[in-house]
Design a protein around this ligand. Sequence first.
Ligand SMILES: NC(=O)c1ccc[n+]([C@@H]2O[C@H](COP(=O)([O-])OP(=O)(O)OC[C@H]3O[C@@H](n4cnc5c(N)ncnc54)[C@H](OP(=O)(O)O)[C@@H]3O)[C@@H](O)[C@H]2O)c1
Length: 310
Amino acid sequence: MRVLLTGAQGMLGSVLLPCLQSEHQVCGVDQKDFDIGEEAAVGRAFLELRPEFVFHLAAFTDVDGCEANPYKAEQVNALGTRNVARACAEIGAGLLYVSTDYVFDGRGKRPYREDDCPNPISVYGLTKLRGERHVQALVARHIIVRSSWLYGPCGKNFVVTILKLAKEGGDLRVVSDQRGSPTYTRHLTLKLVELFATRAYGVFHVTGTGDCSWFEFAGAIVQSGGYPRLRVTPITTQEAARIARRPAFSVLENRRLAEIQLGALPHWSEGLAQYLEEGWRRGEFEMQAPNPQEAPLTQKVTCRRSGNKS
Ligand SMILES: NC(=O)c1ccc[n+]([C@@H]2O[C@H](COP(=O)([O-])OP(=O)(O)OC[C@H]3O[C@@H](n4cnc5c(N)ncnc54)[C@H](OP(=O)(O)O)[C@@H]3O)[C@@H](O)[C@H]2O)c1
């Protein structure tokens, strides 16, 4: 099948691209190819490439950056997604859009289900939700996948940040009153491909199994990364004083995946162990006590950039 992937050089896109290429004829595009905020450019590219299915990952993902620049956030996340959805509708392509746990306000007392009412509390969450609405309104054959707390090769992420700070020494102060589910991009990618193959449509929550606070996640990273004696101090969201608000509880129940009999993703701690081991073998991390196994990497990822984002 002819597949188009937007955001191909982003953190998730870099892992998804080779995975899709093993089964489909895939064209990966990025901002250097065209800006999704420019409707005419998107339309032209789609007419030329004629994809039968589109995986739309491109987004302005810096959560604090979106708060500081809401115009750009709307332009890329909401209107950019509308442009992609319109172009899909015009050529009859199906569309998979990756969205976020930040569409919820975090006041829930149990994991959010796909049909719970979103109520974003940040510009990022709001503009991603507007993207979802455009996809639902314009493309009949759509899949919306909400995931959370992504980490993996090819991009700045929480794991890399904590390991860098750990190497520099000193105490780490990490927020303990926000809970979510860290998700390894390799695990998410495999599930996206599986989900796509079922031809099931609608909204799906797809996250690593289990949940933790950022503080607990940081504790696991320093422990497994070889800095067991490093002190991690819990702080409140208020103390962290970030620009954008974040949901206190954004755990997602992967209910629809179970309904269509697709297995759950591995636990986030398994994903972390796998990521650290692979990263160490590629020389990406300055870990003190790696625990590599001899098996070679099963899938190569080519990182063409070193992005910075939240
Ligand atoms: N990261 C997370 O924790 C997380 C959690 C839940 C959901 N998601 C969603 O998952 C998807 C992938 O996230 P990610 O972390 O892989 O993102 P990422 O690393 O920030 O990559 C985003 C990609 O989008 C491209 N892009 C940005 N603005 C564009 C524009 N105007 N036109 C065309 N391309 C543009 C970027 O290209 P340039 O590098 O050239 O700018 C980049 O390749 C996003 O839709 C995000 O909202 C992410």
